[in-house]
Each structure stands twice: as structure tokens, then as C-alpha cells.
Design a protein around this ligand. Structure first.
Ligand code: ADP
Length: 220
């Protein structure tokens, strides 16, 4: 079993985002200290997290009293209050917490959060907006873009590959994508190999540069 300090996390701000983070951490059997300045919101989480506390996270002493400075992982999930989000992140930075995640509202906010000590900044609305744009316009069933323009896409098998093995179809050299996994109707996903035969209606998980995966998903 992992030692106590690494198998626990503090989540600050229990709005929709922070609440989801806290509940998912609990499902992963991580001990969660959940903090919010609103007592009504903290009440709602009292029975659902390891420890829920009312505190203003911009208050150094309040955080120390809760032992926040001893955590190895923290998530700042304060939404609209930019000042509170930045001050809280900077306090956690001063505590030298090794892994600080913060939610940003914009690129500018994200860059400030990084400057004051966040190790990872997520922009949920921005990122989800981009993702939805890809899904709305394309033939992709799912789309994840990583850093540096690399993406993974779930799409249906193109006609040119149907009835062939992946080796014969030469999708990698023709389309600069790699088929990672393939799913037959009524079956689960399995690893794709050069011998895997593609059938009409198969779903493919494809990895490659974002532009190449998108172009590939447009094929039918
Ligand atoms: P979401 O969009 O994820 O719902 P919100 O902005 O609605 O985000 O929620 C952020 C939460 O952070 C709220 O529950 C709010 O009470 C809490 N919060 C805001 N400022 C502080 C603070 N200084 N200390 C602790 N919690 C705070």
C-alpha cells in the first residue's frame, strides 16, 4: 500500500468541477480533504469524502490548521473568483506541495497560475469546446488531443481497408496514422496487429498528428 502522504489529495473549491474531481478520487480510493468556503456546499460533501472542511483557502493559517501544507497533491478548483484561485495556488506553491493542479478559465489565467506555482493547469471549458468542435464537424466518434498536436480518434473503418489486414491496408504509410485498437460489432476493443482483418462497421482507435487523424476520420 502506498504511504499516506501520496495516497491522499486536497481539493479546494467544490463546484461542479472540484466536486467531480473529489468524487472520482474517492472512487479511486484516494483519501480526500475537500475544502470550500461555503458551509452549505461543504455539508453536501461531509459524508462523501474522507474529510470536508469549511475554510477560506486564501488564508495561510486556515490551510496550515487543516494540514494542507503536508499534502503531496492538491487541486485548486476555484472557478470564477480569479483572485482566490491565484492566491490559493500561490499559497500551495509556498508550501512546496510537489504536485499542484489548478483549473483555469482562460489562457491568461492559466499562465498566471503556472507562474505562481501550479505544475499542471487544466482549462476544462476551453478544451471541451475544442473537442466538441471536432466532433460536431467531423466523422469522429471521439477525439482526444494531447500536447504537441498529437491526437487519438475513434472512427469507423474506411472502405479502402475493409476486407484487408492492417498490414495489407498500409494505412500508416498512406495516411500517417497508426491503428492502435480495433472493435468488432458486439465485441470489445482488442490490440491491432498487422494480421488483424478489418471488416465493414469496425471501429478503430487511431493515433497520429491531429491533422492526420482528422483527415483519416473523413474517409469513408
Ligand atoms: P464550477 O464552475 O466548477 O462550479 P464555481 O466557481 O462555481 O466552479 O465553484 C468554485 C467553488 O470554490 C465554490 O463552491 C466556492 O464556494 C469555492 N470558493 C471560492 N473561493 C473560495 C475560497 N477563497 N476558499 C475556499 N473555497 C472557495
Amino acid at each position: 500500500k502506498k504511504d499516506n502522504a501520496t495516497n491522499r489529495a486536497v481539493v479546494i473549491g467544490l463546484g461542479r468541477f472540484g466536486g467531480s474531481v473529489a468524487m472520482e478520487l474517492m472512487r479511486q480510493r484516494t483519501e480526500v480533504l475537500a475544502i470550500d468556503s461555503n458551509p452549505k456546499i461543504v455539508d453536501r460533501y461531509a459524508d462523501r469524502v474522507t474529510h470536508a472542511a469549511v475554510a477560506d483557502s486564501t488564508d495561510d493559517d486556515a490551510l496550515r490548521q487543516l494540514g494542507v501544507h503536508r499534502f503531496h497533491r492538491a487541486v485548486v478548483a476555484i472557478g470564477t473568483d480569479l483572485e482566490a484561485s491565484i492566491l490559493t495556488t500561490s499559497l500551495l506553491g509556498d508550501f512546496a506541495i510537489p504536485s499542484i493542479w489548478a483549473k483555469g478559465l482562460s489562457r491568461q489565467h492559466a499562465s498566471i497560475l503556472e507562474r505562481v506555482g501550479a505544475h499542471h493547469v487544466v482549462l476544462p471549458e476551453h478544451d471541451m469546446g475544442e473537442r466538441v468542435a471536432h466532433l460536431v464537424m467531423g466523422r469522429m466518434l471521439d477525439y482526444i488531443e494531447f500536447e504537441d498536436d498529437y491526437a487519438m480518434v475513434k472512427t469507423t473503418a474506411p472502405a479502402e481497408a475493409v476486407g484487408r489486414t492492417l498490414g495489407e491496408a498500409q494505412l500508416r504509410s498512406k495516411h500517417k496514422i497508426t491503428v492502435v485498437s480495433i472493435k468488432r460489432r458486439g465485441e470489445g476493443f482488442s490490440y491491432a496487429t498487422a494480421e488483424t482483418v478489418v471488416r465493414a462497421g469496425d471501429l478503430l482507435i487511431v493515433a497520429g498528428k491531429a491533422v492526420d487523424t482528422e483527415r483519416f476520420a473523413e474517409l469513408t
